[in-house]
Design a protein around this ligand. Structure first.
Ligand code: AMP
Length: 507
């Protein structure tokens, strides 16, 4: 079985079933989707591409994304989806590094020819229509083995050049099957909406939705517009989606501003899977109040896509458990396909409650970094993936993430976990967002500095925040300085760029 066979299977079962929507407009049935992929695959092979060759997708979210992705797999190729918000020069670097032969683009993202690609196809062109035209027959996909590469996922590279994470057929099949056990049951009448970038986790969730023969909806805007998503939900939903915490916040803000009730949210959204960055307890509690119990949290990383731990819908919403506060601030328990442990720097498993690096092992863990054996050897040791995240497990197996190991700070010899301070600041009146970093200090080594975004119309001051912290955390963890800002710097996936905040403090 391979990813392309999943599509063939659906096309044979129910060729006339609606599969892809462009906004509310039907774009392709499962039969048409498979026909176009088979056509594209045959023409890519005829042009000389061999199984294992790489093709880049540098596109905004678009219904053709799914056709090019599965067309490449149908031909046995490796897809290299590149974040549409990258600069063309960054995409060119990835094309060079991956030695990609072809690039499929949307004009808004790549208005000029990209250096390095032998051939560039604009997906809204007559050329693309011809490449994707059905053949009149449905030749079987090229066979692939479980360890063959399927997706080369370039990390966001907040420090240094991005690395190509090699994801195999087995990795993605396991992720897809695991979704049904750990995240959500998907029925054929369900609909997945792609508002977050399809080059990342949101697009990867096309796999379980294809496995179930569900519908795939690409918003006409190609992005996150809460009003549009609610309207799409009313027309085609209830929808499922993957959303970074910043997107959840926008949906909740919109619902509040528009006076939408949890019943309205239930009509529009079946399941909102969140992850990719910390979700603070105050924020998920507000989301539950405004939108109701339709949230599931996952923790994963490109190196084990979408699969490390899960905080189920029940665990997110259950108010009755005695340790609900801790659980809701956690990222949940190991997902079914993997084992998760917390280890000391030598890799020894630590007992419950102790803080160390998070390690993951299982069939979703990448094959390694593309042409980078040193980085691979550092990341995968004795079969365990070292995630670079720091956290602790409780006696029931719930993992609480503290921070990336590089974000920890040490002040006067004590470890301080910024996440803990941020959780407290977010419960202070008037605080919308907070990010804590260390600033170099001659006396203490590092001191705690908090960047704070106020809620509209509020003006929290340093003295009030200091008093609030004193009530909730140890004195030495309190920020020594507050910097009030209009917004926090974030990358294209909504993660706060702490490197940039630290750089601001240096000068
Ligand atoms: P990426 O490889 O770009 O998907 O980034 C993965 C990183 O995002 C992880 O290593 C974590 O640091 C962070 N992350 C992912 N999911 C969560 C989550 N649910 N809560 C907190 N941080 C997360």
């Amino acid at each position: 079985m391979s990813l392309s066979h999943l599509l063939l299977r659906q096309a044979m079962l129910e060729p006339g079933r609606d599969a892809i929507f462009d906004g509310t407009r039907p774009w392709a049935t499962y039969g048409q989707w498979a026909q176009r992929c088979a056509g594209l695959a045959q023409r890519l092979r005829a042009a000389g591409l061999q199984p294992g060759d790489r093709v880049v997708l540098f596109m905004r979210n678009h219904p053709r994304y799914l056709e090019v992705l599965w067309g490449a797999w149908w031909a046995g190729l490796v897809a290299v989806p590149v974040n549409a918000k990258l600069h063309p020069a960054e995409a060119e670097w990835i094309i060079g590094n991956a030695e990609a032969r072809w690039a499929f683009v949307t004009r808004d993202v790549a208005p000029q020819p990209l250096a390095g690609a032998q051939r560039q196809v604009e997906v809204e062109s007559a050329e693309a229509d011809a490449l994707l035209a059905p053949l009149g027959e449905l030749p079987a996909p090229v066979e692939r083995a479980p360890d063959d590469l399927a997706w080369l996922f370039y990390t966001s590279g907040t420090t240094g050049r991005p690395k190509g994470v090699m994801l195999t057929q087995r990795n993605l099949m396991t992720m897809g099957l695991g979704y049904f056990v750990d995240v959500d049951a998907i029925a054929p009448q369900d609909a997945m909406v792609y508002a977050a970038p399809m080059s990342h986790g949101c697009g990867i969730y096309a796999i379980p939705h294809l496995m179930a023969g569900a519908r795939h909806v690409v918003p006409a805007s190609g992005g996150v517009d809460p009003a549009e998503l609610y309207a799409l939900g009313r027309a085609l939903g209830p929808l499922s989606t993957f959303a970074a915490p910043t997107i959840v916040k926008r949906l909740v803000d919109h619902a509040e501003a528009a006076g939408l009730t949890p019943a309205d949210a239930a009509a529009a959204f079946k399941t909102i899977v969140y992850g990719g960055a910390p979700m603070y307890r105050a924020d998920i509690e507000r989301a539950l109040r405004v939108m109701g119990p339709r949230f599931v949290q996952i923790y994963g990383q490109g190196e084990t896509p979408m699969v490390a731990t899960v905080l189920s819908r029940r665990h997110v919403a259950d108010d009755a458990h005695p340790r609900q506060r801790e659980r809701r601030a956690s990222v949940g328990v190991a997902q079914t396909p993997v084992r998760v442990r917390v280890a000391d720097p030598q890799g020894r498993e630590l007992p419950a409650g102790e803080i160390g690096e998070v390690l993951v092992r299982g069939d979703t863990v990448m094959a390694g970094y593309w042409r980078n054996p040193e980085a691979t050897a550092a990341a995968i040791r004795d079969g365990w993936l070292w995630t670079g995240d720091v956290g602790s497990l409780d006696a029931d197996g719930f993992l609480t993430l503290m921070d990336r190991s590089k974000d920890l700070l040490i002040s006067g010899g004590s470890n301080i976990y910024p996440r803990e301070v941020e959780e407290v600041l977010l419960t202070a009146p008037g605080v919308a967002e907070a990010a804590v970093v260390g600033a170099p200090d001659a006396e203490w080594g590092e001191v705690v500095v908090a960047f704070v975004v106020a809620q509209p119309g509020a003006a929290p001051d340093a003295a009030a925040l200091d008093a609030h912290c004193l009530q909730h955390i140890a004195r030495f963890k309190r920020p020594k300085r507050y910097v009030f800002v209009d917004a926090l710097p974030k990358n294209h996936y909504g993660k706060v760029l702490k490197t940039e905040l630290r750089a601001r403090l240096r000068g």
